[in-house]
Each structure stands twice: as C-alpha cells, then as structure tokens.
Ligand binder design. Structure first.
Ligand code: DX5
Ligand code: ZN
Length: 229
C-alpha cells in the first residue's frame, strides 16, 4: 500500500464511530452499564426499539428512553424495528438525536423522513439483509445515514452475515456516484474479528452490543473495534 493510501486509511479509521447497542447489557444495572460504556469511550448509544410485529421480539419503549436520556453524554440513535414507524416517530423523536426506521416497515417513507427532518433530527433508513440496496436510492437527498443490517433484526448475539461487506462497498459506491455525504452504519454480529474489514469496506458507524457488553474490559473492546494500528 502506498503512503497516500495508508494515510487515508488512518484518517478513515480515526473517524469511525462506535455505537453501543444496549440490547444485551445487564438491565439490572442499566444506569451503570451506560456510565461504564460511555467512560470506556463509546461515541453513540444505539437503542433498539422492537414491537413484536416487525420483529418477533419486544424491547424498549419511550419511558426507558426518557429515563436514560439525562445520564447520556453522547448522542442517542433510536433504531425503530416497528411496523408503520410513522405512527411512533413523534413519540421517540423528542429524546433522540437520530431516528432510523426500516424501509420494509413503512408505506410512507417520505412522510417518516419529513417528520424526522422537520424536527431537526438526523434521519436514517435501515435495510434488512435481504433488502436490495437500491431501495434507498429515492431517498438519498433526505437521509443522514443508511443502516445496513448484518443480521436479521430482532435479537442480539446473532452471527454476522458476511455478504454485508460487499453490500457496504456497494453502498459506498452508490453514495459517491450520487455525490452525497451519507453515513454508512452496520448493525448486528459486529465483533473484533470483522470490524477492520467493515471499516476498510467503508463503514462509518459500527453498532456493537454483545461484543462490548459481554467483554471484560469495555474500553479495550471499543479500542479493538476502532481497528487503529
Ligand atoms: C438487532 C439489533 C442490533 C443488535 C446488536 O435486531 O438491531 O442492534 O442487537 O447486537 P449484537 O452486537 O449483539 O448483534
Ligand atoms: Zn439495532
């Protein structure tokens, strides 16, 4: 690798953000878990909202979001895995810095984006592993982030789907060809073994849950996920 490429790679890796998904943390000590993961250097908190319909699981509602918000020093991104997100966005938006909804779950994606952007929050669209990347093409003007799912949504602790790496590369190209600056996030099964390949493929935000919260030392794990040499 030549000097310039190496420098670009270092700059890229320096800019990668790590988001902690609290789905698999120790809920008996939620406040401590949030404090510890922030002290360990995480950049964002990722809140997985599940409705038992879009995904076969239930998780957090607005009361939890309201309760944790005051102790957060980093932004919180709410990942809505719910059908008809347009009906819930206004409830989650007040306490969230970003709202990410699934393209598969809404018949009114433009309306969702309008609600989020009009509230001056960051808007993201999430894609399930089987959803074609091209489905986001009409929305590139109005989104901050594409969240590429690297597991089928619903549960933490699943195995990473390796074809995601190629999807990230194609997303990077799609965004570049459109002349946009859109953040690429990957969510599900992210660990210290696949982080570097994901970053090299073009990921800007790595969402990691089990890998961080089941590790002994959160700071060491977060450092490894950043993949700095
Ligand atoms: C999956 C969620 C993810 C996931 C991350 O439905 O959206 O945020 O729980 O957790 P790990 O890192 O355990 O896959
Ligand atoms: Zn998520």
């Amino acid at each position: 690798m030549n000097q310039i490429n190496r420098k670009e790679e270092v700059i890229r890796r320096d800019n990668v953000r790590i988001a902690a998904s609290v789905l698999n943390c120790n809920f008996l000590h939620l406040a401590d878990e949030l404090k510890n993961v922030q002290d360990a250097g995480v950049d964002l908190i990722h809140l997985d909202v599940m409705d038992g319909h879009f995904v076969p699981n239930l998780s957090f509602g607005v009361p939890i979001l309201k309760a944790i918000r005051p102790i957060l020093k980093v932004p919180i991104f709410s990942h809505l895995m719910v059908i008809e997100p347009e009906n819930l966005i206004e409830k989650f938006i007040i306490e969230s810095d970003a709202i990410i909804f699934h393209i598969e779950a809404s018949k009114k994606p433009e309306h969702c984006l309008e609600l989020i952007n009009n509230a001056n929050r960051l808007a993201g669209i999430a894609l399930n592993p089987d959803t074609a990347l091209e489905t986001i093409a009409p929305f590139l003007n109005n989104i901050y982030e594409i969240l590429i799912m690297s597991v089928n949504p619903g549960f933490g602790g699943q195995g990473f789907i390796s074809t995601t790496i190629d999807k990230v590369k194609r997303a990077k190209r799609l965004i570049k060809d459109a002349g946009k600056k859109i953040v690429i996030a990957v969510d599900g099964g992210v660990n210290t073994s696949n982080a570097c390949s994901l970053i090299d493929a073009g990921v800007d935000i790595l969402v990691a849950g089990t890998t961080i919260f089941r590790s002994k030392n959160y700071a060491d794990t977060i450092r490894l996920l950043r993949c700095l040499k």
